[in-house]
Write a protein that binds this ligand. Structure first.
Ligand SMILES: Nc1ncnc2c1ncn2[C@@H]1O[C@H](COP(=O)(O)OP(=O)(O)OP(=O)(O)O)[C@@H](O)[C@H]1O
Length: 251
C-alpha cells in the first residue's frame, strides 16, 4: 500500500522527548499522520510507542518538542482551542473500558458527551440527536443491531468495535489506537484492523495504531514507524520495509 504524502497533515509530532526520572524513554521523536492513512507503530516492549501516543492524547506531557493536532500547535494554544484540538484525536485502548452493565448505545453516546460538554448551552434536542448520531456510529462499525444489548454481553472483538464507535461519536479527525487488537483472537484482530483501515480510507481519518503484530501492519498500514529504545528506527511506506527490518526491531 502506498501513501499520498500530499494529503493533509492531521498530526505533526516534532522532536518530542520524555524522561521518567533518570530514564530517557523518548528522544527527539518526530512523526506525522496524514488524512486517509493508517500508520502502524512497531517496536519491542518499552521502546516508547505508548509514550508517544500518550503525549499526543494528553495523558502525559512531553518534556520538550512540539505537537500539532488538526493544525493547532499545542504549545501555542490554550483553553477551548487546545481542548478542541486534543478532542479531534480520539483514543482506543487495548483495555476497552466499556461500562458493561450499560447498553451498547449508552456507551457510544458517552463519546459525544466530551464534545457537548464544551458547548456553552446544551442544545435542547441533544439527547435525541446524540442517540441518532451514536446509532450512525454503531452502524458504521456494523453493530447497529446490538444497540440495546448490554455492552458486557458482547465478545471482545465486538466490544472493541463499540469502543471505536464511541471514539467516532467524538467526531475525531484522528484515531489513536494503543494496541487495539492485543487482547483479541486472530480473526477479531483482523476484523478490527480492517475496520480501522476502512475508516481511514473512506472517512479520511488519520489512524495511528500501536501494534505487536507486524503481519497486521503489513496488511493494513500504509506507513510504518519503527521505534527502538526511544529512538526512531525508521518511518517509511510499509512496502519499502522488508520483513528483516521489521524483525530487527525485536532483537
Ligand atoms: N508513568 C511512567 N513512569 C515511569 N516509567 C514509565 C511510565 N510510562 C512508561 N514508562 C517507561 O517508559 C518506557 C517506554 O514505555 P512505553 O509504554 O512507551 O513502551 P511501549 O513501546 O509502548 O511498550 P509495550 O509494548 O510494552 O507497551 C518503558 O520502559 C516504561 O517502563
Amino acid at each position: 500500500m502506498t501513501t499520498d504524502t500530499a494529503r493533509e497533515v492531521l498530526l505533526d509530532v516534532r522532536k518530542i522527548s520524555k524522561s521518567f526520572g533518570d530514564r530517557v524513554v523518548l528522544r527527539d521523536m518526530s512523526m506525522q499522520v496524514h488524512a486517509g492513512e493508517v500508520v502502524a507503530f512497531l517496536g519491542a516492549n518499552g521502546s516508547g510507542k505508548s509514550t508517544t501516543l500518550r503525549a499526543v492524547n494528553g495523558l502525559i506531557e512531553a518534556d520538550s518538542g512540539d505537537i500539532e493536532i488538526s493544525g493547532v500547535r499545542l504549545t501555542e494554544a490554550s483553553g477551548a482551542r487546545r481542548s478542541e484540538a486534543r478532542r479531534s484525536a480520539a483514543t482506543v485502548f487495548q483495555k476497552i473500558h466499556l461500562v458493561g452493565r450499560r447498553t451498547v448505545l449508552q456507551n457510544v453516546c458517552a463519546g459525544g458527551f466530551a464534545r457537548l460538554a464544551t458547548l456553552r448551552s446544551v442544545p435542547p434536542l441533544f439527547g435525541t440527536e446524540l442517540k441518532e448520531e451514536a446509532m450512525a456510529c454503531l452502524d458504521r462499525v456494523g453493530l447497529a443491531d446490538r444497540a440495546h444489548d448490554r455492552a458486557g454481553s458482547l465478545s471482545g472483538g465486538q466490544q472493541q468495535r463499540v469502543a471505536i464507535a464511541r471514539a467516532l461519536c467524538q467526531r475525531p479527525r484522528i484515531l489513536l489506537a494503543d494496541e487495539p487488537v492485543s487482547a483479541l483472537d486472530p480473526r477479531a484482530a483482523d476484523d478490527v484492523m480492517a475496520l480501522l483501515h476502512e475508516l481511514a480510507v473512506e472517512e479520511n481519518l488519520g489512524v495511528a495504531a500501536v501494534l505487536h503484530q507486524p503481519h497486521l501492519a503489513r496488511k493494513y498500514a500504509h506507513r510504518v514507524i519503527g521505534l527502538r529504545d526511544g529512538n526512531l528506527a525508521f518511518d517509511a511506506p510499509i512496502d519499502d520495509i522488508d520483513d528483516a527490518a521489521l524483525a530487527a526491531l525485536y532483537v
